[in-house]
Design a protein around this ligand. Structure first.
Ligand SMILES: *Cc1c(COP(=O)(O)O)cnc(C)c1O
Length: 220
């Protein structure tokens, strides 16, 4: 199977997962997660016509995409990994969406940096739905006050929520919680579902799924 085959195959499975449940669901967008991938693999995805990618780290994303950005003006780049405040300026300059907004200090720095660059990058709040101590993200009971802080105090455009379920829990419970939280706070975007569980995320209203392994194979 080529990378192009894998992308088509996932898109077919996405469509099926939506149709089986409810044809009126919003179509989810496929983010190809290109962290740890070779330039050649990334080029294969581009040659297959894919334009929407996700990265975990700012520096690796710059290495992958600064040049390609010029060649592919319709690229859409999502930051899906933890962001250090000292990389915020580079992240604001490079990404089209930041999906890992997870703490007040970062919200402040991002807000200031967007003003400085005159660039409004939409954000998703990462929610720690499993309340795992070692995992980044806002716990559900603090989401309301954090959301208000991000929008009112920092001037950020928060469009939705993102989660990574705990590995040992049924993912659908976490996707349903994320959906309910988004509904409660009138947020539109839901980034949930990875290679192993995206077919469960789509019926629960995912608007972005983030797929690495199922497109590119195991990461080196
Ligand atoms: C790596 C990563 C993915 C992709 O995971 P796969 O299981 O390879 O599809 C999705 N989301 C985040 C936040 C990641 O770090």
């Amino acid at each position: 199977m080529t990378i192009s085959d894998n992308i088509q195959n996932i898109q077919r499975r996405m469509k099926k997962a939506a149709e089986r449940f409810d044809v009126s669901l919003p179509a989810a967008k496929l983010i190809a997660v290109s962290k740890f991938q070779t330039k050649d693999n990334i080029q294969q995805a581009l040659d297959a016509g894919h334009r929407c990618f996700g990265e975990n780290r700012v520096q690796e994303a710059q290495e992958h995409w600064l040049g390609l950005r010029v060649l592919y003006p319709d690229l859409e780049l999502h930051l899906i990994g933890a962001l250090q405040t000292n990389k915020a300026a580079d992240a604001v300059a490079l990404f089209d969406m930041i999906q890992s907004l997870d703490r007040e200090k970062l919200a402040q720095v991002l807000g200031a940096e967007m003003k400085k660059q005159g660039r409004n990058v939409p954000c998703l709040i990462q929610v720690n739905t499993g309340e795992e101590p070692q995992k980044a993200g806002i716990v559900p009971r603090e989401l309301g006050s954090f959301l208000e802080f991000c929008t009112q105090e920092c001037g950020l455009s928060v469009r939705g929520l993102m989660c990574i379920p705990p590995p040992d829990d049924p993912p659908a419970l976490h996707f349903a919680l994320l959906r309910d939280l988004a509904r409660h706070f009138n947020l539109i975007e839901l980034s949930m579902g990875m290679s192993n569980d995206f077919e469960k995320a789509i019926p629960l209203g995912a608007t972005y799924i983030r797929i690495g392994t199922a497109i590119f194979g195991e990461r080196s």
